[in-house]
Ligand binder design. Structure first.
Ligand SMILES: Nc1ncnc2c1ncn2[C@@H]1O[C@H](COP(=O)(O)OP(=O)(O)O)[C@@H](O)[C@H]1O
Ligand SMILES: [Mg+2]
Length: 244
């Protein structure tokens, strides 16, 4: 079977600090995966590796049969196609929002891809509707609430209609209603066939959304992979690895 994303013996460190150690992963199209692990285990780094934001010191990242590294991404066409197919919602929305208003923010990606202005407009309208943020379209992203910013950041990624959606702690800092809304939306997006990979430690909200769990330990390596229900009902395992 071919896998959409494959990591082979990936190691990564930040100036001598280990962040990922010997990561081997196979992710299939349509998977919905919760990436869990204690603080500092390497979840954010793993998402950065999958998105080609940082590159492994050792090992390989393969997306749809093609290696993702500094060399392949230096090809503008390849890089554009890759970033269109794989979207990343950062943990900190402020790091992602830089346009003068919400409309421009959501239009940015499609414009970068040289889409016709008509198409850009349609995509922005669809995403504003999907996230229930039409009333915010003229607002300045910087001055929105945390929850509103998160929705705008997600809309800005969804406007490219990526096949893979990666999210870093998307429920962090959101109120219960916004969390429920986001959970429902991500469920729909996955049902529509998109692959979702989400770093999270919010157990309450991962049930019913993700089918698989990948657990990273304090040693920065994958210690368990499998069915969500099975893993989150294994109390001794969760306690032992500082996950509960
Ligand atoms: N920019 C950075 N510079 C140096 N060390 C970093 C940096 N980002 C993360 N680290 C370190 O790498 C390890 C993994 O971090 P991270 O991927 O952010 O973990 P998680 O998202 O699971 O909390 C941690 O030990 C962290 O301190
Ligand atoms: Mg993190």
């Amino acid at each position: 079977m071919t896998h959409l994303i494959e990591l082979q013996k990936v190691f990564f460190q930040y100036k001598g600090n280990h962040a990922l150690q010997n990561i081997n992963l196979k992710i299939q199209e349509g998977d919905s995966i919760a990436l869990i692990g204690p603080n500092g285990s390497g979840k954010s780094t793993l998402l950065k590796i999958i998105n080609g934001i940082v590159f492994p010191d050792k090992g390989q990242v393969v997306f749809d049969g093609q290696e993702i590294n500094a060399k392949t991404l230096s090809n503008t066409n390849f890089s554009k196609q890759f970033h269109k197919r794989v979207g990343f919602v950062f943990q900190n929305s402020d790091a992602q929002l830089f346009c003068p208003n919400v409309y421009e923010e959501i239009a940015f990606g499609p414009r970068q891809m040289q889409m016709e202005e008509n198409e850009v407009n349609n995509r922005v309208s669809d995403c504003l509707k999907m996230l229930l943020i039409e009333h915010l379209k003229h607002r300045e992203p910087y001055h929105l609430s945390e929850g509103e910013k998160r929705k705008v950041a997600l809309a800005a990624v969804l406007s490219l209609n990526p096949e893979v959606l990666t999210l870093d702690e998307p429920m962090d800092g959101l109120d219960p209603r916004t969390k429920r809304f986001l959970k429902e939306l991500l469920t729909q997006i996955n049902k529509a066939g998109k692959t979702i990979i989400c770093a999270t430690h919010d157990f309450e909200y991962i049930q019913g959304l993700f089918k698989k769990v990948i657990v990273i330990s304090e040693d920065h390596t994958v210690i368990r992979e499998g069915n969500l229900e099975e893993i989150i009902s294994d109390e001794p395992f969760l306690l032992k690895h500082n996950l509960k």
